[in-house]
Design a protein around this ligand. Structure first.
Ligand code: ADP
Length: 159
């Protein structure tokens, strides 16, 4: 049983993230989408909101589950008996940070490998940050996020 852990802020989950989850599910027996509780990063949605949006987005995929974690990623990966960390690379600009992160995680725990995957080209420009900005300015985000995420954005930004 091979398990991949896909960690991130998912603030909120986008179709780009989901494209990656689908790709990882082809390679692994189980994929855990792990929502990080990172106090240093100010998020629009709470940890519970982010996790439940992920859970709803992956509901139809039996191999995939949603979870959240706090603290060091490598410790969480050990706890969940993960074999690999999956991260996405959209462009060269993602590379430097991701490379550093992967090597640091390896330093912290040699057993855990990091695998990089590329989304479909049409998602390479997509980020949670841009989705939030577009939604905040009243733009249409329906082709970037699932319907329930779009609804959550509308509620959050126009209370
Ligand atoms: P973080 O705050 O950890 O970067 P994100 O939720 O922004 O969390 O992203 C989690 C992972 O998903 C990162 O590896 C990021 O590069 C990747 N990712 C984000 N958006 C996309 C996308 N549109 N296509 C592919 N990968 C993506």
């Amino acid at each position: 049983m091979r398990t991949a852990i896909y960690p991130g802020s998912f603030d909120p989950i986008t179709n780009g993230h989901l494209d990656l989850v689908a790709r990882a599910a082809k390679l692994f027996d189980r994929v855990i989408v792990a929502v990080a509780n990172n106090d240093a990063k100010k998020s629009l949605f709470t940890l519970d909101e982010r996790t439940s949006m992920v859970r709803q987005a992956i509901a139809e995929w039996p191999k995939v589950e949603a979870d959240c974690f706090e603290g060091l990623l490598v410790n969480y990966v050990e706890r969940r008996a993960g074999d690999a960390i999956v991260r996405g690379l959209r462009a060269v600009s993602d590379f430097e940070f991701e490379f550093q992160l992967a090597l640091m995680n390896r330093k912290l725990n040699e057993r855990v490998e990091t695998i990089f995957m590329m989304p479909k080209e049409s998602y390479t420009f997509l980020s949670s940050r841009l989705v939030k900005e577009i939604a905040r300015l009243g733009g249409d985000v329906s082709s970037f996020v699932p319907q329930h995420v779009r609804a959550a954005l509308t509620t959050k930004l126009n209370p």
